[in-house]
Design a protein around this ligand. Structure first.
Ligand code: SP5
Ligand code: ZN
Length: 341
């Protein structure tokens, strides 16, 4: 299988995050993508291509134009206000405050366009985010000829919604790819998100559509980030009723229960009858993940790939989370090897 990778992901680096009341080095760091790239070479999975430059036309179908402009200009606005260091929000318009009047100041805009403090901007953030978007679109284009492709996206995307960043995510790469596949003529596209965390952004983007099925296997949001979306009763709205499926699992979930959920998810995908599949590939389900609480081991990841391959669909893998940096290459590439086997 071919992969797509850009070194421009390095622009998103040198950040901090607030974890359990402490400012700590960000878990979402450049080494993640480099370990995956090294493993792709080590197992000779296939060619690793650079992305082609794409316009934001497709991104504008899944994100608000004003939000995309904010992403592009946020760090310059932060500097212009006399700040240095990473730009992070610290105030949000929760219910009870007004969100209908966009702030004119970057301090307010950061909260207006995010749902947590986990998507920091530094000087290279926009370039990295744009490159990750280009990687996803280049991967999607490969499906015109190839059975499968791997978009080694960084930063990840599945927490980003139509008009908000969060959870390390800015542009929703999987949603952009799914939209590109729709535009390329696939009447129905499925997105299967196997990251440990619920892909709240992808769900929000497609929630009222019946042409894109979104299925999530994730830690129960009553106990885990993103807490405020991802429950089993969220089945879609309007035209999209029935085209969203959440399979929340308890903290501590091991392979048998996780694999049973994967089987249910794959059955739902098959029943939907898509002609293309996007996998939001997070490996933070791994037992050694520093911020997650499922218990998959490295031997399980190829089995995930094999089950997905059995669907027989053109499949784009889009990298999302996974923070056990030493093992992320083995686990992510393990899924791809299992698919190709
Ligand atoms: C793409 C992706 O996987 N994003 C995940 C963002 C998670 N951010 C919140 C992390 C909260 C970690 N809490 C850990 C408590 C450890 N004591
Ligand atoms: Zn995750």
């Amino acid at each position: 299988m071919k992969s797509v990778y850009s070194p421009r992901h390095h622009g998103q680096s040198g950040q901090y995050e607030l974890v359990s009341g402490a400012i700590v080095p960000a878990f979402e760091k450049p080494e993640r993508a480099e370990f995956i790239r090294a493993r792709l070479a080590e197992v000779a999975l296939g060619p690793v291509l650079p992305p082609e430059t794409h316009s934001l036309d497709i991104a504008r179908k899944v994100h608000d134009a004003a939000y995309l402009s904010f992403l592009e200009t946020a760090y310059d606005q932060w500097l212009a206000r006399g700040n240095t260091g990473p730009a992070l929000p610290f105030i949000w318009p929760r219910p009870g405050l007004r969100s209908d009047v966009p702030p004119a100041d970057i301090e307010g805009l950061l909260g207006h366009y995010s749902f947590d403090g986990g998507a920091p901007f530094v000087a290279g953030t926009w370039d990295a985010v744009k490159s990750s978007h280009d990687v996803a679109l280049t991967g999607a284009a490969l499906l015109a000829r190839d059975r499968a492709a791997f978009a080694l996206c960084r930063p990840p995307g599945h927490h980003a919604g139509r008009a908000f960043a969060g959870g390390y995510c800015f542009i929703n790469n999987a949603a952009v790819a799914a939209q590109a596949l729709r535009d390329a003529g696939h009447a129905r596209v499925a997105v299967l998100d196997v990251d440990y965390h619920h892909g709240n952004g992808t769900q929000e983007i497609f929630y009222d559509q019946r042409d894109v099925l979104v299925v999530n296997i994730h830690a129960d949001p009553r106990h885990e980030f993103p807490y405020f979306l991802g429950h089993a009763d969220e089945r879609g709205a309007g035209d999209g009723v029935g085209a969203n499926l959440n399979l929340p699992l308890p903290l501590g979930t091991e392979w048998p229960a996780w694999h049973a959920a994967l089987d249910s998810a794959c059955t739902a995908v098959a029943d939907f009858g898509p002609t293309a599949l996007v996998i939001s590939l997070g490996t933070d389900t791994f037992i050694g993940d520093p911020i997650s609480q499922f218990r998959l081991t490295s031997a399980h990841f190829p089995q995930i790939g094999a089950r997905i391959a059995a669907l027989g669909l053109p499949t784009l893998f889009v990298m999302e989370g996974g923070y056990a940096v030493a093992e992320i290459g083995v686990n992510a590439v393990g899924v791809l090897e299992g698919f190709d086997a």
